[in-house]
Design a protein around this ligand. Sequence first.
Ligand code: 13P
Length: 247
Amino acid sequence: MMRRKLVAGNWKMHGLKADLGEVRAISAAMPDNVDAALCVPFTLIASAVEAAGDMLIGAQDVHEADKGAHTGCISAGMLIEAGAGLTLVGHSERRADQHETDAQVKAKAEAAHRAGLMVILCVGETLEERDSGRAEAVVTAQVAASLPAGAHGMWLALAYEPVWAIGTGRTPTEGDVAAMHGAIRAKLRELIGGEAESMRILYGGSVNAANASALLGCADVDGALVGGASLTADKFVPIIEAAAALG
Ligand code: 13P
């Protein structure tokens, strides 16, 4: 099956109104044959939506409840009202820093979908888990435990982000990327049958202009989730163009 590539930027805790020029420049360079998105801090969503034109603006997290006594948290309905079309859930930085569990990540994805958001659900192993030969077992277990009910490629994508590759300049070999994405696809087939073919599986972790073609060209890689190199148009646009060249 032909899956249209999705290249999403994750700005993490970066981005002030002074940076909206980058949002404008990235959206102006968006090719027709690729989906591009930027996941910005909550505070920047509404103004980024105005700056982004047709490009999708997303959040980096969402609370699993629709509303309630959850000081400092943001619901899916609030994201929709701010103009977001998508949210990340289960990023490893939140799994580590905020102790998010697979069950919570699943509930967040379901809440986001109920409100009408697209979702990118992140999974990935630590270096210790890879070095001990458990990477595939860990990641496929995360997929099984955090996959939302009714998972479908129309609204859900997965992102494989090895924790040790995030912000380090290190990436897995192309063989390791293809093997992991194949293992995730196989687990999805087990869980949701034929719908597995429609689901995009993005790679994330130290993607840049120099390695984007090779990583995006691996079997079962349907896009990229990009951190540091998504902060400026001069670094991010070449990655989107590499995806466009692969079709
Ligand atoms: P880097 O591209 O900075 O390694 O970050 C990857 C990431 O965590 C995207 O969500």
